[in-house]
Unconditional design. Structure first.
Length: 207
């Protein structure tokens, strides 16, 4: 199995897709985070899709892209990127750069964090360091603490408050309206869409 060869194959045609997205002028939300934080699971939950989810370092090699439809004929393009790890070997980092380069087009980054991981604070720093190295740390970022069902509710709430983020469980759709509402605040300030009143399962997926 040749990881770099597969990445090279996946990189072909990516620039054309990016050009089409820019021309459409639809807001782009990119999901980033440390590996195994639950990024693909969240994408599936938000869009009722079935992106591959595995407990592997690089389960997501290509950027999985979906359209998320909101009320008032609004929609966003939401993408799931490769999971970050600390001290990624230089040859692999070079291979992943075209994938990570798509983040530059994002209007909002959803930084997914596994709040049940004892090292989650270090992982936040590691991800932010990579974003800084890629010179995309100026893009608005919403910290989303996933897997809150695995820790005490009070702790999850306190951590989310400290980082000005949101605590969810990607496996529990009842926790997602608050996230959708926060996305609305970032993307369409001044025009509330009352997303908290819309259940995630009512959001339509458009291929």
């Amino acid at each position: 199995y040749n990881l770099e060869k597969e990445l090279e194959s996946l990189n072909k045609g990516r620039s054309q897709r990016r050009s089409r997205r820019r021309e459409a002028r639809i807001p782009i939300v990119s999901i980033v985070g440390y590996t195994n934080a639950g990024k693909s699971t969240l994408l599936n939950a938000l869009t009722n899709s079935s992106v591959l989810t595995q407990n592997l370092l690089f389960a997501t090699l290509d950027t999985s892209t979906r359209r998320l439809r909101f009320p008032k004929e609004r929609e966003v393009i939401i993408t799931d990127t490769v999971g970050f790890i600390k001290d990624l070997p230089k040859d692999l980092l070079t291979a992943f750069l075209p994938t990570l380069d798509e983040l530059r087009d994002a209007d909002l980054l959803l930084h997914i964090v596994d709040i049940s991981n004892p090292r989650f604070e270090q992982q936040i720093e590691d991800v932010n360091k990579i974003l800084s190295n890629l010179e995309i740390d100026k893009i608005p970022q919403l910290v989303v603490f996933n897997k809150k069902d695995r820790i005490e509710p009070k702790l999850a709430k306190a951590v989310a408050k400290r980082y000005k983020g949101i605590a969810i469980s990607a496996l529990d759709t009842s926790t997602l309206p608050a996230l959708l509402n926060a996305m609305e605040v970032y993307l369409w300030k001044g025009e509330p869409l009352h997303l908290q009143q819309q259940a995630p399962e009512d959001i339509q997926l458009q291929d």
